[in-house]
Design a binder for this molecule. Structure first.
Ligand code: PMV
Length: 328
């Protein structure tokens, strides 16, 4: 058996706009998905996950989707999670040339699903890494990131940037612009995360922004303005200027809200962080629900969030210097 882990991420800047070629800066955080892979010779994929908000189930499936058991969570969540794992294993079969190999896959994750922290990318990166190594093949980080991106791209019907998967594979802070992904220097960031317990529908939210952008020039300008904020953010990161970073995150949140991807609970958490005198705060990821990211070296934001209606969990997250980790 082999075991790999990969981190989740927050977007410091640039989600949504990255879909239209603007740069984005995600940053890996020490919240991980861990995947165990064991080879099976009957070609089946058997997945066991207690943490993917799937309340612990094991599923065996091959060609027939009816093989999936009844579970007490929405079937759409089950199908999505299974789609990512299945897609990851397809990549493994392709890259190793073992077209008929099966796996027992066990997933543990402390990244909430669909909440803007890159849970699916972390699962896909760790799954591809563990399963390829189980077959004696170790991919370099670029190939791992590329295979993970192809998986997300297929599962999300072509609506995925390289940001999540590259960041999860390499760790640290990264800059993504189109196909160009690279690691960048970042100071030690005092990251606080607020989670509303919910999730947004990435496909729907991306489609919403696309529609606005096509209909209104000012929406297209808003997307470009996010790109400008990102470029300023990169400079602030390079200068280690956390105050400026926070100010730019506030600006980024306002532009995302203008594009209709914030929500009442995300706004409430952002305002709680601002009231607590965080350097800045914004939603992270697709939005619609899920998480915000704030910068605050004191305990004030975490405390304020714990009293904010709509916030279910607040926690501090260290930057994850290391991306994929090979554990066994
Ligand atoms: O919610 P997440 O972590 O999957 O982030 C989505 C980010 C988008 O820019 C909205 C889409 C993408 O693939 O870049």
């Amino acid at each position: 058996m082999t075991r790999s882990s990969a981190p989740g991420k927050v977007y410091l800047f640039g989600e949504h706009a990255v879909v239209y070629g603007e740069p984005a800066v995600p940053c890996a955080i020490e919240r991980r998905a861990r995947v165990d892979a064991r080879r099976r010779d009957d070609g089946k994929l058997r997945v066991n996950s207690e943490d993917l908000s799937l309340n612990g189930f094991t599923v065996e499936y091959g060609a027939n989707p009816d093989d999936q058991p009844d579970v007490d969570v929405p079937q759409s969540l089950v199908s999505a999670a299974m789609g990512y794992v299945d897609g990851a294993i397809e990549q493994v079969r392709e890259v190793t040339g073992e077209a008929d190999v099966g796996f027992d896959v066990t997933i543990e994750s402390d990244i909430p699903l669909g909440a803007g922290l890159g849970s699916s990318a972390a699962v896909v990166v760790a799954a591809i890494d563990a399963a390829t190594r189980e077959l004696g093949v170790t991919l370099d980080t670029d190939e791992l990131a590329e295979r993970a991106f192809q998986t997300e791209y297929a599962v999300q019907d072509g609506q995925a940037s390289r940001a999540d998967t590259f960041c999860s594979a390499t760790g640290g802070a990264v800059r993504v612009e189109g196909d160009d992904c690279r690691s960048i220097e970042a100071p030690d960031l005092p990251i606080v995360i607020g989670f509303d317990g919910g999730a947004g529908d990435t496909g729907e939210l991306v489609a919403g922004v696309r529609g606005l952008r096509e209909e209104y020039e000012f929406a297209a300008d808003t997307v470009e303005a996010i790109g400008d904020v990102v470029r300023n953010g990169e400079q602030a990161l390079a200068d280690g200027d956390i105050e400026e970073l926070g100010r730019l995150m506030d600006f980024n949140h306002g532009l995302l809200a203008a594009l209709g991807v914030s929500s009442r609970s995300l706004d409430a958490m952002v305002w709680a962080a601002r009231d607590a005198e965080a350097y800045g705060a914004k939603l992270t990821g697709a939005g619609g629900g899920g998480c915000i990211v704030a910068l605050d070296p004191t305990d004030e934001t975490e405390t304020a969030l714990s009293f904010t209606p709509g916030c279910e969990e607040a926690f501090r997250a260290e930057l994850a210097e290391e991306g994929v980790k090979r554990l066994e």
